[in-house]
Design a protein around this ligand. Structure first.
Ligand code: UT7
Length: 356
């Protein structure tokens, strides 16, 4: 009897390990309804940076793949970019702002610490029925946002969710120093997710991860006046990065997290139509695509025109590729992000947008 019980228990454990997901009965799937994006109007070319510090177009392009980036002017902000991208995504989805139940704004550079960018966006959009919050996962923000949104949809808590990735790093760069400021640009990308029949789920799988950046290889401080030290000068808040360490982190985690996702979803890279990596450095993108076996024609990239737009980079790259008629629907895409935290993650999605 005891032996039988033991065998039964082992079987249950094995079965749960192998088919665990099957026990979680879901009633809803996630469908991607629409997309939008926004860039500031001011273009900063590599040649413009030559006037600020000792650098040149050849160095920047060969080391990063970046030719130009956009930066906000005085009348632009994270909010104005997020608003423009969200309006496009809603129009593309054929939804009204009042149809939105939840707004998640993924950003590490909000206009203010509070109110949150998402609450400000909710007001500007007129999304009167929504609840809103910001999500901070740096350049992995959009992947984390999609995954978070999907869980609310799967559970039946919300039907229509607006996910926005937006960052304005230009306000947090030391423009007298060449090592970091060449990389970043400002921008926003937005997608609308909606609930659908569970059998039509378009989020085929995801893996998200984080660990503490104990060596502080990528930081943006939040220095401010300290009551205990009122006379001290406040150090400016600038992005600081150990470029080589973050480069190594990226070349390690990007292939490994995508491989984990492909294994989890029983897919091979040649089954996937497009590869959309976070646009941080063209050398990282090329190396990851090669390691994973994605041929060049499947790789979605716009880093030459926009630089590293952090949480906006994945939806921005997808939207630009759609507008440039590089994407054929229906299609499958592997998205992968990595960044400060440290955070990283990947998602396999089906995309069949009707009109863009
Ligand atoms: O989304 C956030 C995640 N961030 C990333 O993924 C960034 C990952 N890291 C990188 O992309 C690269 O490390 C960088 C592009 C930031 C730097 O490239 P690198 O090949 O690692 O260059 P380096 O820092 O090792 O510098 C090489 C040389 C140095 O000169 P010496 O010491 O060899 O004489 C630098 O002083 O290049 C020099 N250098 C520059 N020269 C011209 C560094 N920055 C510049 C510059 N222009 N902007």
């Amino acid at each position: 009897m005891g032996g039988n019980c033991q065998i039964l228990l082992i079987n249950v454990i094995l079965y749960t390990k192998l088919f665990g997901d099957c026990f979680v009965k879901r009633n809803y799937g996630v469908q991607f309804l629409g997309i939008g994006s926004a860039l500031p109007s001011k273009v900063v070319k590599n040649a413009d940076l030559e006037k600020l510090f000792d650098t040149n177009d050849e160095w920047i392009y060969s080391r990063t793949g970046i030719r130009e980036r956009r930066v906000v002017d005085k009348d632009e902000s994270g909010l104005s970019l997020a608003l423009e991208a969200s309006k496009q995504a809603l129009e593309n989805s054929k939804l009204n702002p009042e149809d939105i139940d939840l707004i998640i704004v993924c950003t590490a550079t909000p206009d203010m610490l509070y109110p949150s960018l998402s609450c400000m966006l909710q007001g500007e959009l007129g999304a009167s029925k929504a609840v809103s919050f910001d999500l901070s996962a740096a350049c992995s923000g959009f992947i984390f946002g999609l995954v978070t949104a999907s869980q609310y949809i799967y559970s039946g808590a919300f039907k229509n969710v607006l996910v926005v990735g937006v960052d304005v790093h230009s306000r947090f760069l030391d423009w007298s120093e060449r090592s970091v400021s060449i990389l970043f640009g400002d921008g926003a990308g937005a997608m609308v997710l909606s609930s659908c029949d569970v059998n039509n789920d378009e989020l085929l799988g995801f893996v998200i991860k984080s660990e503490s950046d104990k060596k502080l290889d990528l930081t943006l401080t939040n220095n401010n006046v300290h009551f205990a030290d009122l006379s001290k000068n406040i150090e400016a808040n600038f992005v600081k990065m150990n470029g080589k360490a973050i480069y190594q982190f990226a070349v390690d985690v990007v292939p490994s997290v995508v491989n984990e996702l492909l294994e989890k979803t029983s897919m091979k890279s040649f089954d996937v139509d497009y590869f959309v990596p976070h646009q941080a450095n063209k050398r990282i993108i090329d190396m990851a695509a090669k390691k994973l076996g994605f041929e060049e024609s499947k790789v979605v990239s716009n880093i030459d025109k926009v630089g590293n737009t952090s949480a906006a980079s994945i939806p921005l790259a997808i939207h630009h590729a759609i507008l440039n008629k590089q994407i054929k629907f229906p299609c499958t895409m592997v998205l992968v992000g990595f960044g400060a935290g440290l955070t990283w993650g990947s998602a396999l999605v089906k995309l069949n947008l009707k009109s863009v």
